[in-house]
Ligand binder design. Sequence first.
Ligand SMILES: Nc1ncnc2c1ncn2[C@@H]1O[C@H](COP(=O)(O)OP(=O)(O)O)[C@@H](O)[C@H]1O
Ligand SMILES: Nc1ccn([C@@H]2O[C@H](COP(=O)(O)OP(=O)(O)O)[C@@H](O)[C@H]2O)c(=O)n1
Length: 237
Amino acid sequence: MENGATPARTAPAAVVVAIDGPSGTGKSSTSKAVAAQLGLSYLDTGAQYRAMTWWMITNGIDVTDAAAVATAAAKPVLVSGTDPAHPTITVDGADASGPIRTQEVTSRVSAVSAVPEVRTLVTELQRSIAAAAERGIVVEGRDIGTTVLPDADLKIFLTASPEARAARRSGELTGKDAAGLAATREALIKRDAADSGRKTSPLAKAGDAVEVDTTELTLQQVIECVVTLVEEKRAAA
Ligand SMILES: Nc1ncnc2c1ncn2[C@@H]1O[C@H](COP(=O)(O)OP(=O)(O)O)[C@@H](O)[C@H]1O
Ligand SMILES: Nc1ccn([C@@H]2O[C@H](COP(=O)(O)OP(=O)(O)O)[C@@H](O)[C@H]2O)c(=O)n1
């Protein structure tokens, strides 16, 4: 270095991480923790489809009428906050973080997210959020590695047995009673089938994604695994 000056420490290049997988595999918990640990932004794309669904329900749109959903899709203004310590979502300026988690929204979101016009709009929004994340971002969903960010630096596909996923979800919602567990398992399998079977950008593992089966792993182990994979990518860049 000329003049014996200390070289300025350059910030690591922005890294884009795509985390996909079915419900209850640990995408949200893992993505938030990895983003927080590495100083990256975080985007929950499922929350955006849920917000779109909530808006449709609130505005009296029949979510089984794909043409009506397609026509209305451009109306709501969705804004996602990308701080992993405090992720937010608003619809037309109103906080939607509570209402998007209801059973009503959960049971209808797959119908709305299957509508191509909805996906086009939401995908554009997701790409613009990712492009604006100066230090990089962890984006979680169903089609991030395959469609939204096919050039992501690292793609992870999380899996877990239906039993493990239902137990995790059921523990969140209703406690551990057997009837609740069975109902949660059925609803989860039905939503996976709808999300995997739709024509437009279905839930799928990208060819170059790293698959991590979380069935027998603790959340902490999954987080450590993903952080290590990101650090390896950065070191190799
Ligand atoms: N490896 C794991 N072991 C046990 N519980 C987990 C694990 N990963 C996530 N969880 C729990 O399972 C539930 C669903 O996780 P979440 O991150 O919301 O999954 P997803 O975003 O894939 O639907 C949460 O209560 C979370 O704390
Ligand atoms: N990239 C994405 C993310 C979610 N979704 C849809 O949004 C729904 C809700 O996603 P979510 O991530 O909140 O679902 P959970 O796994 O948290 O239950 C999914 O069931 C899909 O129908 C999608 O189609 N594409």
